[in-house]
Design a protein around this ligand. Sequence first.
Ligand SMILES: [Zn+2]
Length: 262
Amino acid sequence: MTLHLVDTHAHLDMDDFDSDREEMLARARAAGVEKIITVGIDVVSSKKAIELAEKHDRIYAAAGVHPHDASKIERADIARLRELAQHHRVVAIGEIGLDFYRNFSPKEKQLQAVNWQLDLAADLNLPVIIHARQAAGDTVNVLTEWVKRSHTAKYMPRGVIHCFSEDETVAQQYLKLGFFISFAGYVSYPSSKAARVAKSIPLDRIMVETDSPFLPPQQYRGKRSEPAYVAMTANVVANAIGIPVEEFARKTTENAMRLFKI
Ligand SMILES: [Zn+2]
C-alpha cells in the first residue's frame, strides 16, 4: 500500500538540489510524498521558494527570515516579505523563530524579527512555521504573548513547531497554545527521544517533515536529505506510537492540509 504523505518542511531552493532537482521530486512522488512545503530562510530564498511553487503543482511556499539572519532584518524587509507572502502559493510565514544554540544574531534582534513576522502572519491570515533551538522557554513566552495579542474574530493564531526535539513538558506547552508539532529524520538517531515523545502528542496535532537537505535519517547520515525520506520518519514515529504507518500517514497528511489549507 502506498503512503500518502506531506513533507511539511524542506528547503528545495538550496543549491544542494541544483544537480538533480527534478529527479529528487520524482523520487518523492514515488515514495508517496504528494505535497511539499518549501520554506524560505530569507527574502531571496522565499522568492525562490515561490518560483518553485509556481512551477510545480505539488509544491507550496513559505516566506520568512530565519533567526540566523535576524541581525540583518529591517522594517523594509518586512515590507518585502509582506509583498511576497501575498502570493497565492504562499501558505505560511516561516521559517521564523529563535536560535540560541548557534546564536548567529543577538537575542534582542532575534526577538524583534520573530515578533515582526508573527504579526505579519496575523495580518495576512497565515499560519507560522517556528524554528526553536535551545530557546524553548523564550519561544513559549513569545508565542503566548502573540496568541494573546493576535487572536481576534478574524484571526486564529496557529502554526507548527518544526524539528521538535524537546521533551513532553515543552510539547504540552506548545499544544496548549494550539500549535502542531513536527518531527524530522533525527527521530531515527539512536540518541533521539523524539519518537517516544510523539506518544504524548494527540494524533491530530502531529506532522512530519525532512528539513531537506539537512538532517537525513540514520541510514543516510552524513549525506543530503530529500523529501522521499519523510516516509522513514513516518515509519519510526508510527512504530513508536504503536499504530499502522498508513493510519499515521493519513492523519499527519490531514493535519498538514488543515493547517496550511493545501
Ligand atoms: Zn528549515
